[in-house]
Design a protein around this ligand. Structure first.
Ligand code: ZN
Length: 146
């Protein structure tokens, strides 16, 4: 009776360790695997073009229109996304540094899981609430609506 109890405690401890270790390495690997491509920005007249906007959105696994909505709102300007060419046009002049900063902020809020740091997430709309759902650890984090 006593032996069996001890064995099950050891088993529970070992399976706990297994679960811990199985989570740890993938955590670091996933976080470091994520690299945001550099934005290819061009100013044309009074407008700013992001030529690889689709590619960057694809890496983040986000709809380009959602990323655009965020950028335009933060910049307080208008613009449009051309699905055919994958180019974002912003109707004002914006520096590359500003666009890079905003995109990094988008990634931090709407892509990277705050619990485990993995980029394997999706955005879910639940009524008026937007939730960042992590496919790596299952965590859910409400985020500001877009
Ligand atoms: Zn996670």
């Amino acid at each position: 009776m006593r032996e069996a109890g001890r064995a099950s405690i050891i088993y529970a401890y070992e399976s706990l360790l297994d679960r811990l270790y199985s989570k740890l390495p993938s955590r670091g690997a996933k976080a470091s695997r994520f690299e945001l491509p550099r934005l290819f920005v061009e100013r044309v007249g009074g407008k700013t073009l992001v030529r690889n906007f689709k590619q960057v959105s694809d890496v983040m696994r986000r709809d380009p229109r959602i990323v655009m909505r965020y950028l335009l709102r933060e910049l307080g300007t208008s613009g449009n996304y051309d699905e055919e060419s994958g180019i974002l046009t912003i109707n004002t002049r914006v520096s590359t540094a500003t666009l890079n900063n905003l995109t990094q902020r988008f990634v931090k809020t709407y892509v990277i899981c705050p619990t485990c740091g993995a980029p394997d997430t999706r955005l879910e709309r639940r009524g008026r609430t937007w939730v960042l759902v992590c496919e790596a650890c299952g965590a859910e984090q409400p985020v500001p609506p877009l």
